[in-house]
Design a protein around this ligand. Structure first.
Ligand SMILES: [Zn+2]
Length: 438
């Protein structure tokens, strides 16, 4: 008990601390609820997605592509309806009315095409439109959802197992040891047609929804969204670390170690250029144009996969070492405007997401500190703030105490100190200390 307190000072969920586990993991958006029974205290329910690729079968795949096309016509129909209704009455059509209406229209001769898509999938299109509008009303999106060309509409969702689809054969994977599973063939039945998919790991937990998606390469994928109880590892190292992100070196920790980023996009830039050039020489809409487009999409997917793999490995490495990781909350939009492509290639935001997920699973904690904290300019030795430092200064000497600093190392040290003090002050305010009430 005492050990947990020591490891997780940044504990916003003070009430839950009586359960003997790091409850701070609940801050992660994927964490749904903590298992309540004491015996299962080290497990947590999360929402996660399993992704499997369908075997290619030109004859059958056409069915699914057709269904995605149908979903796109429903989308565009309802967007048009919403706009017309707003012009006439100044009001919005609620989700309930849309979902009733789509069922009515499906039965009409004019919309007989919509019969090809399951009724629940049709209603799910309305759900997506409603979600888009709700985000717009709350100010999260700049624009309401708009029309989509059929080739840009990529998926449909089947919400209910057994009703809208059936898993005929699945979860036949055998354990190979070392957390690895055999690859097996699964069979899913959608509207009476069996499709095979590559199952590289078993699905655990309760399946909530299934989304069928076509990617830009033309492959078809199944996305199972699942509510699953995962057990949290309890191994701890008793160490905490501050990390500083940079453009020169991707990560620097407070011990002065540095990790560079392989920059996969920059590595593949030559090939990207070649493929783009080839595409531009083809006649638009021709078969060779389509092939060139697929080649480009395949290459982009490879770059993204490599980057993701690197991020996962690094996240695991960091969680091996630290119990608490302090980071700076970055202003990515501003950085993108300044430095462009390189920031996108490093993909800080993706890395932070992955790091938070890995930390959640392994019972570790990621703490972000305020983005306006001058971590680079502050001297980690005497706290003097040196305003003279520019982006070019990789090293500097503190004018107050004379300490020589390496830019990123110094920032990482400051981030760790700031993060630890944030954790302490939060705990003090939880205990009712007047000094920190604001
Ligand atoms: Zn100093």
């Amino acid at each position: 008990m005492k050990a947990n307190k020591m490891l997780f000072p940044y504990d916003r969920y003070a009430k839950l601390t009586e359960i003997n586990m790091p409850v701070a993991v609940l801050t992660h958006p994927l964490a749904l609820r903590l298992r309540e029974s004491r015996s299962m205290a080290n497990s947590i329910t999360v929402r996660k997605t399993y992704t499997f690729q369908l075997y290619r079968c030109d004859k059958k795949d056409e069915n699914l592509r057709h269904k995605i096309f149908v979903a796109s016509t429903i989308w565009n129909h309802f967007i048009k309806l919403q706009r017309r209704y707003y012009r006439m009455t100044g009001k919005y059509i609620s989700y309930n009315r849309m979902s009733q209406h789509v069922l009515k229209l499906r039965k009409m001769k004019r919309f007989a095409l919509w019969q090809d898509l399951h009724s629940q999938a049709c209603q799910n299109v309305c759900r997506r439109i409603d979600d888009g509008y709700q985000r717009f009303f709350k100010g999260l999106n700049e624009r309401p959802p708009g029309f989509k060309k059929p080739h840009k509409y990529k998926s449909f969702t089947l919400p209910q197992k057994e009703k809208s689809y059936k898993l005929v054969d699945y979860n036949r994977n055998r354990e190979k040891g070392n957390d690895k599973w055999t690859r097996e063939r699964g069979i899913i039945r959608i509207d009476g047609v069996d499709y095979k998919f590559v199952q590289h790991r078993p699905i655990h937990g309760t399946i909530k929804t299934l989304t069928v998606k076509r990617d830009s390469v033309g492959r078809l994928w199944l996305f199972f969204s699942v509510a699953e109880d995962i057990s949290i590892e309890q191994a701890s190292t008793g160490k905490s670390g501050g990390l500083d992100f940079g453009l020169k070196t991707f990560l620097t920790d407070d011990e002065g170690r540095a990790w560079s980023h392989p920059q996969f996009f920059a590595q593949g830039l030559r090939k990207t250029r070649t493929l783009h050039r080839q595409l531009s020489h083809k006649v638009k809409g021709s078969n060779r144009y389509k092939q060139a487009k697929r080649n480009l999409a395949t290459h982009s997917a490879t770059v993204a996969n490599r980057r993701r793999d690197f991020h996962f490995k690094l996240a695991h490495q960091l969680c091996d070492e630290y119990d608490i990781i302090y980071l700076e909350d970055l202003n990515l939009e501003g950085m993108k405007r300044l430095w462009g492509r390189k920031v996108s290639d490093l993909a800080f935001a993706q890395f932070v997401n992955i790091l938070e997920w890995v930390a959640l699973k392994r019972g570790k904690q990621v703490v972000k500190i305020d983005r306006w904290y001058p971590s680079t300019q502050t001297c980690s030795h005497c706290q003097y703030v040196n305003q003279q430092i520019t982006l070019r200064d990789r090293e500097w000497c503190c004018p107050a105490c004379g300490t020589h600093h390496q830019r990123d190392h110094n920032a990482a040290k400051n981030i760790k100190t700031a993060g630890a003090s944030v954790g302490l002050s939060e705990r003090a305010s939880d205990a009712g200390s007047p000094a920190h009430s604001c």
